[in-house]
Ligand binder design. Structure first.
Ligand SMILES: [Zn+2]
Length: 162
């Protein structure tokens, strides 16, 4: 450290030391005051907590006991939900609706009658004469089912001849 640096360093040290007493200039609360203030904060916090708990408690009881008579708006909502449910049944759709007026599950009147529940159509057999193999391909032009490339060509030749 040069002489100048040393002087500057000491100056800063001095300033730090001088700065400290200002902290203690703040009015010191007595231990009793601190305790009182802390107790007050705790009391208020506890009060708020209790109030919140009471509110939740009361709201829950209200919700469980008092079923509000349906307002015009909720009547409308119920009607809308019923209409949607009816439409869903007409569509033979399974539909689950959940809204403010409750939840409904709509099923088609006869589920077995619905195309969605039918077995897939049987696989066609080859259209080459005398062949009963199951279809693997379809002729590109006639859409006739064929079992193999061999029979595809056979069918193709017949088409070409026409
Ligand atoms: Zn065939």
């Amino acid at each position: 450290m040069t002489k100048r640096q040393r002087a500057k360093y000491l100056d800063e040290q001095q300033e730090d030391l001088l700065a400290l007493p200002t902290e203690s200039k703040k009015r010191k609360l007595t231990q009793e005051e601190v305790a009182l203030r802390r107790a007050e904060v705790l009391r208020k916090r506890e009060q708020q907590r209790k109030k919140r708990q009471d509110d939740i408690h009361r709201e829950t009881i209200d919700r469980l006991l008092k079923k509000k008579p349906p307002t015009r708006k909720s009547k409308k909502a119920t009607a809308a939900a019923a209409a949607t449910a009816a439409a869903a049944t007409e569509d033979d759709e399974q539909r689950y609706i959940s809204n403010g007026s409750g939840s409904t599950l709509s099923l088609p009147p006869d589920m077995s009658n619905h195309t969605r529940y039918r077995y897939p159509p049987p696989i066609a057999t080859c259209s080459a004469p005398g062949c009963s193999q199951l279809r693997k391909y379809r002729h590109s032009r006639t859409q006739q089912p064929v079992c193999s490339l061999e029979h595809y060509r056979l069918l193709d030749a017949a088409v070409q001849a026409k």
